[in-house]
Design a protein around this ligand. Structure first.
Ligand code: SF4
Length: 225
C-alpha cells in the first residue's frame, strides 16, 4: 500500500483552493469572449492543444479549427501499457487524416515516457480516480504542453481533457492558469463538455469509427473497471 506524503497533502490543499476560486467561473463564457475578440481583430492564432485521445479531440477540433491553427499535442505518459499508448496515438492521427476540417490541424506525437507518470504518482497509487493522483496527472500534461508552447512560440495552449464528464473543469482551468503564469504563455480557458460537446464527441467517434477506450489511461484506472 502506498504512503501519502505531507507534500501531497499540501498539493491537494492548494488544488482544492484553486478549485474553490475557479468554481463560479463559466469557462465557456470566457472562451466565447476570447473567440469573439479573435474574430473582431481578424487574426488566426496558433493553439497547442494537448490531446488525450481521438474521441475527445474530435469535437474540440471541429469546434476550434474555425478560429485557430491547431497542433494536437499527444503527450500522455500516464497511459498504460505501451500498446495502448500506440493505439490511441494512431487513432488520433487517423482522425486528423479523415476529418474534413483539418487543413490547419497537425498532430505531434511525443515519445512514450511512462517514468514521467510513475514519478508523480508515487504514493498515490491507491487513490480512486478523480482524486489527488489525477490532479497531478493533469498538471504533468498541462505543464509539459505549456513549456513546449512557450518554447515554440504558440499564441495559446489548452487541453481536450475538460470534455470528459469525469474531469473537473475547475481544477483543470485552475492548473492551466497556474502554469500559464509560470511559463508566460496564454491558456485558453474552456469547458468543452458544454454546448453538448461530450455528446458531439460520441457522434463523431461513431462517424469516424474511432476506438473508444473503456478506462481513463493509467494502470490504476484500468484496475477500477
Ligand atoms: S485515472 Fe486518468 S487522470 Fe487519473 S491518474 Fe489515471 S490516467 Fe491520470
Amino acid at each position: 500500500m502506498g504512503i501519502k506524503k505531507e507534500s501531497d497533502g499540501i498539493a491537494d490543499h492548494s488544488l482544492k483552493n484553486a478549485e474553490k476560486r475557479m468554481k463560479n467561473i463559466i469557462y465557456q463564457k470566457i472562451l466565447d469572449d476570447t473567440i469573439a475578440n479573435i474574430k473582431s481583430n481578424g487574426y488566426r492564432p496558433s493553439l497547442l492543444l494537448h490531446a488525450c485521445c481521438a474521441p475527445c479531440s474530435s469535437y474540440v477540433v471541429e469546434y476550434l479549427s474555425s478560429y485557430f491553427d491547431i497542433t494536437l499535442f499527444y503527450y500522455n505518459p500516464n497511459i498504460s501499457p505501451a500498446e495502448e499508448y500506440e493505439k490511441r496515438s494512431e487513432e488520433l492521427s487517423k482522425l486528423v487524416r479523415e476529418m474534413r476540417v483539418t487543413k490547419n490541424v497537425n498532430v505531434l506525437i511525443t515519445p512514450y515516457t511512462p517514468k514521467d507518470f510513475e514519478d508523480i504518482s508515487k504514493g498515490l497509487e491507491h487513490i480512486p480516480e478523480g482524486g489527488a493522483r489525477c490532479f497531478k496527472c493533469y498538471r504533468l500534461r498541462l505543464e509539459h504542453a505549456a513549456k513546449y508552447a512557450k518554447e515554440k512560440g504558440y499564441d495559446f495552449f489548452t487541453t481536450t481533457l475538460s470534455i470528459s464528464p469525469h474531469k473537473d473543469a475547475g481544477v483543470l482551468n485552475g492548473i492551466g492558469r497556474e502554469v500559464s503564469e509560470i511559463y508566460g504563455i496564454p491558456y485558453l480557458f474552456s469547458d468543452f463538455k458544454k454546448k453538448n460537446g461530450y455528446k458531439r464527441s460520441c457522434e463523431l467517434s461513431m462517424q469516424y469509427g474511432l476506438y473508444r477506450q473503456n478506462y481513463c489511461g493509467c494502470i490504476y484506472s484500468k484496475k477500477e473497471i
